[in-house]
Design a protein around this ligand. Structure first.
Ligand code: URA
Length: 431
């Protein structure tokens, strides 16, 4: 008998007391094993939303979730390992060019990625738009690819044994209004990243309408807690706070974003995608102790593109295959001439989901070709009648919901108005 019980743990947190290590270990393990029922874990999660967890509790909660499964270990690889995690946004295809770029500069990049949910896109859904590409890899195959000096980068789905407690707790949070809690968000993200076995980690914490947390102060706090969790677990962690008020780049949607990522790897692409890719690459390389190489050179001279091609092939994909094209495309045009003052990330993300690029519930299918082309970005001039967005879908019945989501998505200021450029990288947080 452990002498522990769920009701006393719930009431302790409800009354604002810190949980002990033993209480945290017991409840997380008990819930994962099915001994603690959903209603008791839901009550505890809601108590945590209101009362919070302090640093020691958050660290232990994270460790308990890691211990619920197995932890990968790549410390014997000849190259330093480093990964990046984004808290999710609209048009955020940065992982696609970043992973091969950082590998081309000398690091090994073990990226366990997720799928689209709600208004945010998912890296695995994007890559699955490439014919033949597979997201599921065994740990042995993952290690083989990371050890291959011509690849050393992998983007794949987490196995069932990686922080299984987080999978169960996250599913319960999703249906009990307990997602938006900083310690729960931070421990969920960091349990998977620490279990994945990377030695160093750069976090891209989004701020603005398309982010999980809209306010800068909340995003800053989330970044601080995650950086501390990394430090507590021996993973060198740095966070950048970056703007997600407007979509990144000029596309949102799976195949459309792959095409844009390939443009970046070819030395072109939208300036904001290039800027953020390079900012994150510099942070990752610094943490990996690789400072002799400028990632901008590896983008410009084709080394990152070569690495992309070998990375896609290593997972069964054909980097030369044509990407899927949607059956229907509809343009939304500017009503007035002037300067685009605002294009709302959340509205574009919701519309892309309606078109089929994302999913409302876990497990829903996505359309690889669905999404949105963004012809005009904030600060650019626009003429009445000119297309601002093109909506791509295989299901034209979805267009009305997408158009409704975009009703108030942009503003046009009168010609000549100066629209101040917002900076993409807002701040940097380290331990
Ligand atoms: N992504 C995660 O992995 N966990 C959360 O809690 C939210 C987003």
């Amino acid at each position: 008998m452990s002498g522990l019980d769920a009701v006393s743990i719930i009431t302790a947190k409800r009354d604002g007391r810190a949980l002990t290590d033993a209480q945290i270990d017991w409840i997380v393990a008990g819930f994962t094993a099915g001994r603690v029922p959903d209603e008791q874990m839901a009550a505890l999660l809601m108590a945590i939303v209101f009362r919070g967890l302090d640093r020691a509790e958050t660290s232990r909660w994270t460790a308990a979730m890691i211990d619920s499964g197995s932890r990968l270990d790549f410390s014997d690889l000849p190259r330093p390992t480093v990964d990046k995690h984004s808290t999710g946004g609209v048009g955020d295809k940065i992982t696609l060019p970043l992973t091969p770029l950082v590998a081309a500069c000398g690091a090994a990049v073990p990226q366990l990625s997720g799928r689209a949910l709600g208004h945010t896109g998912g890296t695995l859904d994007k890559l699955e738009a490439i014919p033949g590409w597979r997201a599921q890899l065994s740990s042995a195959r993952m290690r083989e690819i990371l050890a291959d000096p011509d690849v050393s980068a992998v983007i794949c789905a987490a196995g069932d044994d990686l922080a299984p407690a987080d999978k169960r707790i996250y599913a319960l949070r999703d249906v009990t209004g307990t997602v938006e809690s900083i310690p729960l968000l931070a421990s969920s993200i960091m349990s998977k990243k620490i279990a994945e076995g990377t030695a160093a980690l750069v976090l891209d914490v989004k701020v603005g309408s398309g982010a999980f947390l809209k306010e800068l102060s909340q995003s800053r706090e989330l970044a601080r807690v995650m950086v501390e969790l990394g430090a507590d677990a021996g993973v060198h962690t740095v966070a950048l706070l970056t703007d997600m008020q407007t979509p990144l780049g000029r596309t949102a949607g799976n195949a459309l974003e792959v095409a844009e990522a390939v443009e970046v790897l070819a030395g072109g692409g939208p300036a904001d995608v290039v800027e953020l890719t390079l900012a994150l690459a510099r942070e990752m390389l610094a943490l990996a102790g690789i400072d002799a190489i400028d990632p901008a050179d590896a983008l410009a001279d084709g080394r990152a593109m070569d690495r992309w091609r070998s990375m896609i092939r290593a997972q069964g994909g054909d980097p030369d295959a044509a990407l899927p094209i949607a059956r229907h495309v509809e343009q939304l045009c500017a009503q007035d001439s002037g300067v685009l003052r605002r294009l709302d990330a959340m509205a574009v993300g919701v519309a892309a989901r309606h078109l089929g690029a994302g999913r409302a519930r876990q497990g829903d299918p996505v359309q690889p070709a669905a999404g949105i082309d963004i012809h005009v970005k904030p600060g650019e001039r626009v003429v009445a009648g000119q297309p601002v967005l093109s909506l791509h879908t295989d299901t034209p019945a979805a267009l009305s919901a997408a158009c409704a989501a975009l009703e108030d998505a942009w503003d046009i200021a009168s010609p000549g108005t100066a629209v101040p450029a917002s900076s993409l990288v807002i701040d940097r947080v380290e331990a």
